[in-house]
Design a protein around this ligand. Structure first.
Ligand code: GLU
Length: 497
């Protein structure tokens, strides 16, 4: 086992299968790879494992590259950037895999198998009856190579299987879990190359990881049971093994079990999602998503929670990865989103809000948003809340529900009188701004025998027609004296009609 010193440039790869939308689990694997590459001055490689035609989803790759770009996890080699080991799509590397499979056959480490699906099915049934784990029964394992080659040359349908050693045991090392020892007789003669010439993961990924000089393999825990087989394949080729790092799985928010396809769909219906694309549309910041997923399986200490990507690059440490599963917690995502929204500059936040205002039907510019952003920056959890909070600034007219204009515990006439008083005060102010409004308005509340909250609540509804808004006087200042007066007068009219 070669240990890679962390300061040596790491070559790491994210190797997704394009079978669906990019989810949190993939994003986290990509992130950890990216961090190690950045931290060591190494390379982050994107490899598309598209050998399984049945599960191939033609939209998945665009979603994947868009998701990685949105997260800011740019790859050094891979689709769109090329690199010394191109092509980076496995579907374009089939010749390489066949050659390697044939090499293993020649070396006596793999064999041609001519068993028919019916024979294999029968074997499986018999094994079931004997209460054995299903495994390849070994029928073609010891065929003389010359005979097997003659059958292949004659065009007989065949696959290539790995000839797993049957004696003794193998010890593999997972960086998070330490040594794992397995009896070789429990390792199956798995298919490496299918009868249609397509390589399977067990061959394609090992060959590519070796040829691409991969130093650390970060992959999901679901691959841990295959690790002994993979270690044998490396040994059969005579290659040194990479560091194996099997990442913990994500559990449902309830903590009870892994997310199923059905859970994922139901989650989407209820307005939550594990897909990167959805989180972007919902108004989460890439910084917050990265912060959140970084800590689902890794921690720096038990206090620090805010990490920008640069902090993660500096502080990430493989040996602090946690092998236990982690439940998806959307409340934490909201929390991180709030933190990262507040950490943005006003200009940056204004720019990021533009598409949300546009989607809500407001044509606004960054310049128009600049004075408003400071009023809403601390009040947002997701970016899509901004138009709900600040839409009233951009409306020609607002139309508050009549009943919201009636102060709590007041009748219509009292409410209209209170509005009139506010209008008088505003007309009489030498200057119209937050500071000049505050005092006379508080005094008016007292004069009218109202609590400040009662009075200001009515005014808020009249000026914004929203139950929730930024602070009243700041809002009024930005809306401007004339518009405020118009809206207050409209409120009086509404109350009196
Ligand atoms: N294509 C495999 C998957 O998506 C990759 C596993 C690996 O990273 O080796 O599960």
């Amino acid at each position: 086992m070669t240990k890679t010193h962390p300061s040596q440039p790491a070559r790491v790869r994210f190797a997704p299968s394009p079978t669906g939308l990019t989810h949190l689990g993939s994003a986290r694997t990509a992130l950890y790879n990216f961090l190690i590459a950045q931290q060591t001055g190494g390379s982050f490689i994107l490899r598309i494992e598209d050998t399984d035609q049945k599960r191939y989803d033609p939209n998945a790759e665009a979603d994947l590259t868009n998701s990685l770009k949105w997260l800011g996890l740019d790859w050094d080699e891979g689709p769109g950037v090329a690199g010394p080991h191109a092509p980076y799509h496995q579907s374009q590397r089939m010749g390489i895999y066949r050659q390697h499979a044939e090499d293993l056959v020649s070396a006596g480490k793999a064999f041609y198998c001519f068993c028919t699906p019916q024979q294999l099915e029968q074997d499986r049934k018999q094994q079931q009856e004997r209460k054995e784990q299903p495994h390849y029964a070994g029928r073609c394992r010891e065929l003389p190579l010359a005979e097997a080659r003659a059958r292949v040359a004659a065009g007989e349908t065949h696959v290539i299987r790995f000839k797993a050693p049957k004696e003794g045991s193998i010890t593999v090392v997972d960086r998070l879990r330490g040594e794992i020892t397995v009896e070789n007789r429990n390792i199956d003669d798995r298919v490496l190359l299918k009868s249609d010439g397509h390589a399977l993961y067990h061959l394609a990924a090992m060959v590519d990881d070796h040829l691409m000089g991969i130093t650390h393999v970060f992959r999901g825990e679901e691959w841990l049971p295959s690790l002994p087989l993979h270690a044998h394949i490396y040994e059969a080729f005579g290659w040194p093994q990479p560091e194996w790092v099997h990442l913990s799985v994500f559990l449902k928010p309830s903590g009870k079990g892994k997310m199923s396809k059905r859970d994922t769909e139901q989650m989407r219906l209820s307005g939550q999602s594990i897909f990167v694309k959805d989180l972007a549309a919902m108004g989460y910041l890439p910084e917050a998503v990265l912060n959140w997923i970084a800590l689902m399986g890794w921690s720096y200490d038990d206090r620090t929670e805010f990490f920008a990507l640069a902090d993660l690059v500096e502080k990430f440490d493989i040996d602090k990865l946690n092998p236990s599963p982690s439940a998806i917690d959307f409340k934490k995502l909201d929390h991180f989103n709030g933190l990262h929204i507040r950490a943005l500059s006003v200009e940056d936040l204004a720019t990021r809000l533009l598409p949300y205002f546009a989607a809500a039907g407001y044509q606004v510019s960054v310049e128009q948003l600049l004075p408003i952003v400071p009023l809403i920056q601390t009040r947002m959890t997701t970016l899509d809340e901004a138009p709900e909070l600040a839409g009233f600034f951009f409306k020609e007219e607002v139309s508050a529900q009549a009943d919201t204009l009636i102060g709590q515990g007041l009748d219509v006439a009292q409410s209209a009188a209170a509005m009139r008083r506010a209008i008088e005060i505003i007309q009489g102010l030498a200057e119209f701004n937050t500071a000049s409004l505050e005092e006379p308005m508080r005094a008016a509340a007292e004069e009218l025998g109202l609590k400040a909250g009662q009075f200001f609540g009515m005014l808020r509804n009249a000026v914004t027609a929203q139950q929730v808004s930024p602070p009243l006087f700041e809002s009024m200042e930005l809306v401007g004296r004339e518009t405020v007066l118009t809206r207050l007068r409209a409120a009086v009219e509404k109350l009196e009609s």
